[in-house]
Ligand binder design. Sequence first.
Ligand code: AMP
Length: 210
Amino acid sequence: MYIVMFGPPGCGKGTQAEILHVKYNIPAISTGDLFRWHIKNQTELGKAVKCYLDKGELVPDEVTLNIVDERISREDCLENGGLFDGIPRTVYQASRLDELLGKRDLKISSCLNICVPDESIVTRLADRVIGSDGKTYNLVTNPPPGGMSFSRRSDDEPETVRNRLRLYHEMTHPLVEYYARKGIMHTVDGDRPIEIVSVELMGLIDLLAN
Ligand code: AMP
């Protein structure tokens, strides 16, 4: 099953994708994580995309689509599907993602839209930290285990967050219409505790699987 995890930055797409990955063994494919891996490992691609991530701007489409094409060609995705987190971000990317899957006779089964109002996003991202175990925590609602060191994402600075939210509303939110037209859009209220949102998402996936 290929599922788009959808919603504004900080809505919990990545956290929920990891939970769903553990439950259903569907690989989570986060374009942001793929880019951050390249930046950390100082690859050529990492050097080329760093400036976009630092400013909260979109990486050029061809770079993004190539990295996704390569990821979905790996065995785990071909066998078990994919939970797309961070892609597509524009209607153009959505149609190209459909093509990338289509050439392998695959398609998106569902878009799970995790709705969270902007005010909550700004607070959440101000409190978001990455633990030394690589997992995402929130200093208020889901703090890292005692003693664990943590850092912040450079693009979680308030000004960059405002830029990312503006981009989301302008470029990404129109995708709600794109998937609604296909009849595969499902919306959940993401402004609730992680476990409650997970249960609702699992209910939707179980319905899709049957
Ligand atoms: P995320 O972890 O999804 O918040 O993504 C972090 C950053 O990676 C974004 O602000 C963009 O700079 C870049 N990025 C991630 N996914 C995409 C995408 N589908 N298209 C363009 N840029 C992306």
